[in-house]
Design a protein. Structure first.
Length: 336
């Protein structure tokens, strides 16, 4: 079978391997779609602290059950999404039902082989059977959609709030979709990518070109100098770390979604004087993943604008090269 492998920094390739056999408690999945994520790009650049080459990448994927070992609840032929979190079950967070912040949290596709393959074996308890009406293509975006749901639910956003989203990549746009459904008022989203801003504008949001406009000034002008009620920081650089503080209102709330490659400098004094709150998010809970499936089942979200490319696994190098060009790509899916 074909596999897409991280072999060294800035080097991915498609090779072949024998089709795996599921162990007891696992299912063999024929992968339908698998997406490239920002974490995959961190691995690609050799910056992820845990991912080790050679590694089959991919933690955002869907497929069809081909074989089951030791379980009668998952049936051959069922369409499934993969919930890729692997928690220890024993730490304080796990014992309190917060497995997504497990002290030893691991990921399929990061700590063990993932979905950039024709076939893969997955623990049965990590599979979610897709309801009728949810496509396998949509299901490949369930993982980032769950991140967006978790982010908005962790925030204190209220109906009618003015929202600023710093970063119009897939996660930023998904946060906009969910915040919109949750009753957000005016929504600003900034980026430097012309393509991504075009998508944001077509989705109905106020798209701010950060190369030519100051998001802080735009938000202040729109709010009589007060600032946004909630800021979601989704770009992960020093510029947006500054902007998230400068464009928030007094007693507003910042939610940091980004995983910074380099620790930013944060102006705590500026936050202190205006009683600004700051929250962080890690990934999502099982409940968030369930809500993501329900929203797709109810046909309440259109994720198609986020998918810029669907490529065969043979084009894995092209996929990662495109991801380095934000003006040419958004969400890239492989179809093994």
């Amino acid at each position: 079978m074909k596999i897409g492998t991280y072999v060294a920094p800035l080097q991915v390739e498609m090779t072949e391997r024998e089709r795996p056999t599921p162990k007891d408690g696992e299912a063999l999945i024929k992968v339908s779609y698998a997406g490239i994520c920002g974490t995959d790009m961190m691995i690609y650049h050799g910056l992820h602290p845990r991912a080790k080459a050679p590694l089959i990448l991919g933690h955002e994927f869907s497929g069809v059950v081909e074989e089951v070992a030791g379980n009668e609840h998952i049936k051959i032929g069922e369409k499934v999404a993969v919930e890729p979190l692997l928690s220890c079950g024993a730490c304080a967070a796990c014992r309190n039902g917060q497995m997504h912040v497990c002290e030893k949290l691991r990921y399929i596709g990061i700590d063990k082989d993932g979905g950039f393959a024709e076939y893969t074996t997955i623990p049965i308890n990590r599979l979610r059977v897709l309801p009728d009406g949810v496509t396998e293509k949509e299901a490949a975006l369930l993982e980032p959609l769950a991140v967006a749901i978790h982010t908005v639910r962790r925030s204190n956003m209220k109906v009618g709030d003015t929202i600023a989203i710093l970063g119009a990549g897939p996660i930023g746009l998904l946060i906009a979709l969910i915040a919109d459904r949750a009753g957000a008022g005016k929504m600003f989203i900034s980026d430097v990518s012309t393509m991504r801003l075009k998508v944001a504008k077509e989705m109905g949001y106020e798209a701010i070109d950060a190369k030519n406009m100051d998001i802080v000034q735009v938000v202040k002008d729109s709010t009589n100098g007060v600032g946004a009620d909630v800021v979601f920081e989704v770009a992960g650089n020093q510029i947006t770390a500054n902007q998230m503080i400068d464009c928030i209102r007094f007693q507003g709330e910042i939610t940091v979604v980004s995983v910074y490659k380099k620790p930013p400098t944060i102006n705590l004094a500026n936050m202190h004087f205006r009683e600004i709150s700051l929250k962080t998010t890690r990934c999502y809970s099982p409940e968030d993943f369930t809500k993501a499936i329900k929203l797709l089942e109810q046909n309440k979200l259109d994720l198609n604008p986020l998918v810029s490319h669907v490529l065969p696994l043979e084009d894995i190098k092209k996929g990662f090269e495109l991801m380095e060009k934000p003006d040419e790509s958004l969400k890239i899916l492989f179809r093994p």
